[in-house]
Design a protein around this ligand. Structure first.
Ligand SMILES: [Zn+2]
Length: 480
């Protein structure tokens, strides 16, 4: 009689490929799925009766800023409680590694922590730290362009890079990829990268070619009035460097730009039809969140302060109200509050739906751990898609939505043997009730675990069960 350490019976299998759900049992031995089917004949050390609930691959959060959180809060409750089993960190040009902060510590680096947290000059330093005390989730790391740039330019980043500086960035990127990074990210809308030329990024992205499957992800140069040109720039970078690209947290921000996802998606579709490898990610909210910078205010209908170092008493308040109370403009208030983070209401629901339903779009939270009053996407991105856009609005089928959270994500980022429920694949899994799964976190109360999740497994070990984190920390540092 075959044996396994865990058998899940009576499961509705949503395998992550986008194919239709079916009923089966799953056998798991150590960290892998060994068989899926009618498995009455299996003996198991432990059995879970899924009772008809869904079992899917664990969700892959393709857009995170969890670099520090993985080390500081290894239980990762804000992620595992919503079914996330793998996070891609180092996004938007800022990665904790490879970087050592000296001199100026510009925005948006404070999104990842304080200057003293940046102590990983090489990716191997970060990887060693993670592997010595792993987190509950797996991690795959991108090298941040701004991290490379600030180091190579010795903090004098408000100009174009000289050839020697570009060569330094290339050498550092190459080493980062050798030590396990899966690609390069940029944040071209932020101070350290504003002066970087398209050619600089193309030259850097060419380094990715030397490594199989390395990818370029970009928080593009402009998500507001210049969004179309910024998408074009990302496409040019991908084309000229012959690299697969991901356009991060795609949006058309600012009321003037509502509806323009028709144009941006048409441009992306055309590039794909011409053979370019392009993917996108999105989070299911019409509000963004990042560092509080005066120039970001113009394009928002409403701004909420999510944290402020000098004025923590203002956390959770509207910037407009603070400005009124302080008898100054919103921009002046933003300056007084800095270093600070904010939530910007600046998107159109129809754009969001159009982007989410685009076939190459994955789900990524862009959650910001460590904020006093974080954007609810940190805790609730994945259940919100399943409740609001699958069950209520029927924008996506359940199988399509799960594919955008698992199989498509693993394929895009080349995460080997993950993202599907399939014999031989890692046992990263989530058991949930598709009829009741619900995001409880909202803007007023943003730190709430998901309703309707039974349990979450990473590499065959339970990390979330009975509504709480377990003691297991089975996360692996993923590399190509
Ligand atoms: Zn970003």
């Amino acid at each position: 009689m075959p044996r396994c350490h865990l058998k899940i019976t009576n499961a509705t299998i949503i395998d992550g490929s986008g194919n239709a759900a079916y009923q089966a049992d799953i056998a798991i031995e150590t960290d892998r799925i060994i068989e899926i089917g009618a498995l009455n004949h299996y003996q198991a050390d432990e059995k879970i009766d899924a009772n008809g609930w869904c079992v899917s691959p664990g969700f892959i959060d393709v857009h995170t800023h969890d670099d520090s959180a993985l080390l500081k809060t290894p239980a990762m409750p804000f992620k595992v409680s919503q079914g996330v089993t793998t996070v891609v960190a180092g996004n938007c040009g800022i990665s904790l590694a490879p970087f050592q902060a000296q001199g100026e510590f510009p925005a948006p680096f404070p999104l990842l922590g304080e200057q003293k947290d940046f102590v990983f000059p090489r990716v191997s330093d970060y990887r060693d730290k993670f592997e010595t005390s792993p987190a509950a989730t797996n991690v795959a790391l991108l090298a941040g362009h701004s991290s490379l740039r600030v180091k190579a330019m010795n903090s004098g980043f408000e100009r174009t890079a000289e050839e020697s500086e570009l060569n330094q960035m290339k050498a550092d990127l190459k080493l980062a990829l050798q030590q396990g990074c899966i690609g390069l990210s940029t944040g071209l809308d932020y101070p350290p990268a504003l002066q970087s030329s398209t050619d600089e990024i193309i030259e850097l992205a060419k380094v990715l070619n030397e490594f199989e499957s390395a990818i370029y992800t970009s928080h593009i140069r402009d998500e507001c009035d210049g969004v179309l040109e910024a998408v074009e720039e990302a496409l040019v970078i991908g084309k000229k460097s012959k690299t697969a690209i991901v356009i991060s947290h795609h949006k058309c921000a600012g009321p003037k730009n509502y509806g323009r996802s028709v144009e941006t998606l048409a441009k992306i579709r055309l590039a794909q039809e011409n053979g370019q490898d392009v993917a996108l990610d999105v989070y299911p909210y019409i509000a963004s969140s990042t560092t509080l910078l005066p120039r970001f205010i113009d394009n928002a209908e409403k701004v909420i302060v999510s944290w402020s170092k000098p004025h923590p008493e203002q956390n959770g308040r509207l910037l407009g109200e603070i400005a009124l109370a302080w008898n100054c403009s919103q921009k002046q208030a933003a300056q007084k509050l800095y270093p600070a983070g904010a939530i910007y209401f600046q998107m159109d629901e129809e754009d969001l739906k159009r982007i989410m339903s685009y076939p190459s779009t994955m789900i990524g939270s862009d959650g910001l751990p460590g904020h006093e009053k974080p954007h609810p996407r940190l805790w609730a991105t994945f259940p919100r898609v399943l409740k609001r856009y699958v069950r209520e609005q029927k924008l996506l089928t359940l199988e399509q939505a799960i594919h955008k959270m698992t199989g498509l994500s693993a394929q895009t980022f080349t995460l080997k043997d993950r993202g599907l429920l399939k014999p031989g694949y890692y046992a990263d899994m989530v058991i949930f009730d598709s009829q009741t799964i619900e995001d409880l976190a909202d803007f007023d109360d943003p730190e709430q675990p998901t309703k309707g999740i039974h349990s979450v497994f990473v590499n065959g070990k339970p990390v979330w069960q009975h509504g709480a984190s377990t003691e297991h920390r089975p996360g692996q540092f993923l590399r190509h």
